[in-house]
Design a protein around this ligand. Structure first.
Ligand code: ATP
Length: 241
């Protein structure tokens, strides 16, 4: 079967500096792939390129058999690309359900239908008890869950998750891992920017490690964890800092 995502030779520069350079990788359907690397490695830029927030200088992104070149983010979202952001920005005054309705409106034009669908996603991410609460009162972990619900309400095939475990308390992490697994069982393919090796080891099938815009390692989480360059660049830093 052809992969859901095929990135080939993708490059983009900012002010003469390569943020992403000749990046090539593929992601199969229902696979969970972790995108790793130190600050400035090019992870977020890669998400921008796949989601259409930025256009590459060169290279190609095939999604579900289609070349995404030139398509705007909303067109890519309709094709099935959704993302969550590291810094969540819900509509503060709207309720949790209303925030998720914004995503659900992509497939439900009637408000009652969008509301009912949004409720289901709110329950799926474990926020049922906050369904009618304003988004502004949510904790960081709850905001990350809301962000996920909003994204999956667009019924994506591919979910780009930016540090969903970042900034949440340790005891919430197993629940988040469980949620990502459940999303995959429902047919989602996931690329996740993630730093937490425990999370990666438990949930990712594969990991891609970038540094200075370049892919330097790819393999199972266990392979990545013992890759000398990775240890040097990342685990070494983490161990020392
Ligand atoms: N809009 C921009 N203008 C100029 N340089 C940029 C821009 N966006 C990113 N860069 C640069 O591109 C490189 C890759 O940045 P990117 O944000 O993709 O890294 P990252 O791996 O996501 O890092 P982090 O873990 O800190 O989020 C960095 O050197 C960054 O400074």
């Amino acid at each position: 079967m052809t992969p859901l995502v095929e990135v080939s030779g993708l490059s983009v520069e900012f002010g003469g500096i390569a943020a992403v350079h000749e990046l090539t990788f593929a992601v199969s359907r229902c696979e969970i792939v972790a995108l790793m690397g130190p600050n400035g490695a090019g992870k977020t830029t890669t998400f921008h390129l796949i989601a259409g927030a930025r256009q590459p200088g060169s290279g190609r992104i095939m999604f579900d058999g289609r070349d995404l070149a030139g398509l705007r983010p909303d067109a890519r979202c309709r094709l099935g690309v959704a993302r969550t952001f590291q810094i969540t920005q819900p509509f503060q005054e709207l309720s949790v359900t209303e925030n998720v309705m914004v995503g659900a409106m992509m497939h439900h034009k009637r408000l009652p239908d969008a509301r009912a669908a949004a409720r289901r996603y709110v329950e799926l991410v474990g926020l049922a008890d906050k369904a009618d609460a304003p988004a502004k009162g949510l904790s960081t972990g709850q905001r990350k869950r809301l962000e996920l619900a909003r994204a999956i309400a667009t019924r994506p095939k591919l979910l780009l998750m930016d540090e969903v475990t970042g900034g949440i308390d340790q005891k919430s992490i197993p629940g988040m891992i469980e949620l990502v697994r459940r999303l995959r069982e429902q047919g989602l393919t996931v690329i996740m920017i993630e730093h937490n090796m425990r999370v990666i080891g438990e949930v990712a099938d594969r990991a891609i490690f970038m540094n200075r815009g370049v892919k330097i390692a790819e393999g199972t989480p266990a392979d990545i964890a013992r890759h000398p360059d990775v240890i040097d660049l990342y685990l070494g830093d983490a161990a020392h800092g």
